[in-house]
Write a new protein. Structure first.
Lengths: 216, 69
C-alpha cells in the first residue's frame, strides 16, 4: 500500500513529510505507528470524517498509555532483579560467616580437650590405673563437648539386627551364635548430629552358615 | 527455555545432580547432605529400593547389595 492508494491519485498528497514508506517493516516500531496514525487521522480530517479521526486519536492515546505502563514495568523488573542479586550476594556471605563461626565453636571445644591431654602427658603417675583414670576423665570431657555440639551416640548393641540406616557392615562372619543379619561386633561407634546421621557405626554382621556367600 | 534445567552425571562410581539458577549452577545434595551419591542400589525383602550410601554400607551383604551404574 502506498500513498497513491490512500488518496486515489498518482500525485503525492499534501504534506509529503507525513507519508510513511510502507515498504519498510514498521510492525515493531511504536513511534512510527503513532506517526502513521497521525497521518491517517489528519488525512481523514481533511476528508471530513470526524468520527474515524477521533477514534484514531483514542487509539494513539491508548498506545501512549501502554508504552508508559511497559516502561514502568521494565523499571520495576530491573529494580527487583538488582534487589535479588544483592540478596543472593549477601546471603552467600552470611552463609560463609556462619560456617566460620561454627568451625570456631567446634575448635574451641577441641582445644580444651587438647589442654587436658597435655596435662595428662606431662604428669607423673605411680600406677597405670591412675593414668587410665585420667584418660577416662578426658574421654568424659570429650563426650560432654559432643553433647554441647548436639552430637549423640547411636544406640546399638551386639545382637541387634543390622540396619544400614545407622551402621556400615565392614565384613560378615560365619557364626551360629547370633541370628543371620545381626551385629556380632561393633568396631567403631556411630553418631548423630541432631536428627541427622553424622557417622554410621562400623560393625561386623553375622552370616548364617547355610547362606551362599555371593548370589551374583 | 521455560522451566528448570537439571544436569545429571550418572557416573560409574558416583552420581551428581546440578540445577541452573539465574545463570549459576548449584549442586543438589542428597538426603544425607552429600553432594555426590554412590551409583549403587539395593532392594530389601519388601522390595524397597535403597540408593547410594545406605547401599554402600551393606555392600558386604552380597545377598542384597547389587552394584549398578
Amino acid at each position: 500500500m502506498d500513498s497513491t492508494e490512500i488518496n486515489g491519485s498518482s500525485e503525492p498528497i499534501k504534506g509529503d513529510e507525513n507519508v510513511i514508506d510502507l515498504s519498510s517493516d514498521t510492525s515493531g516500531d511504536a513511534s512510527d505507528l503513532q506517526t502513521f496514525a497521525d497521518g491517517i487521522a489528519d488525512l481523514i480530517d481533511d476528508q471530513g470524517n470526524a468520527d474515524s479521526a477521533s477514534e484514531l486519536k483514542a487509539l494513539k492515546s491508548r498506545v501512549k498509555e501502554l508504552e508508559d505502563s511497559l516502561h514502568s514495568e521494565e523499571n520495576k523488573y530491573a529494580r527487583l532483579f538488582a534487589d535479588f542479586q544483592n540478596l543472593r550476594n549477601r546471603t552467600s556471605k552470611e552463609i560463609q560467616l556462619g560456617v566460620e563461626l561454627a568451625v570456631k565453636q567446634i575448635l574451641l571445644e577441641v582445644l580444651q580437650i587438647l589442654d587436658s591431654f597435655n596435662r595428662c602427658l606431662t604428669s607423673t603417675y605411680q600406677e597405670v590405673t591412675d593414668f587410665r583414670t585420667g584418660v577416662g576423665l578426658i574421654q568424659k570431657q570429650f563426650y560432654d563437648a559432643l553433647r554441647r555440639l548436639k552430637v549423640s551416640e547411636i544406640e546399638i548393641q551386639i545382637g541387634d539386627t543390622f540396619d544400614a540406616h545407622v551402621a556400615e557392615a565392614l565384613t560378615m562372619l560365619d557364626t551360629t551364635a547370633y541370628p543371620e543379619g545381626s551385629i556380632v561386633d561393633i568396631c567403631e561407634k556411630g553418631f548423630r548430629i541432631g536428627d541427622q546421621l553424622l557417622r554410621p557405626a562400623r560393625v561386623v554382621v553375622a552370616r548364617g552358615n547355610n547362606s551362599p556367600e555371593n548370589l551374583m | 527455555m521455560p522451566g528448570k534445567l537439571i544436569g545429571i552425571d550418572l557416573g560409574t562410581t558416583n552420581s551428581c545432580a546440578c540445577v541452573m539458577e539465574r545463570g549459576k549452577y548449584k549442586v543438589i545434595t542428597n538426603a544425607e547432605g552429600s553432594r555426590t551419591t554412590p551409583s549403587v542400589v539395593s532392594f530389601t525383602d519388601k522390595g524397597e529400593a535403597l540408593v547410594g550410601h545406605i547401599t554402600q554400607r551393606q555392600a558386604t551383604n552380597r545377598r542384597r547389595a547389587r552394584w549398578e551404574a
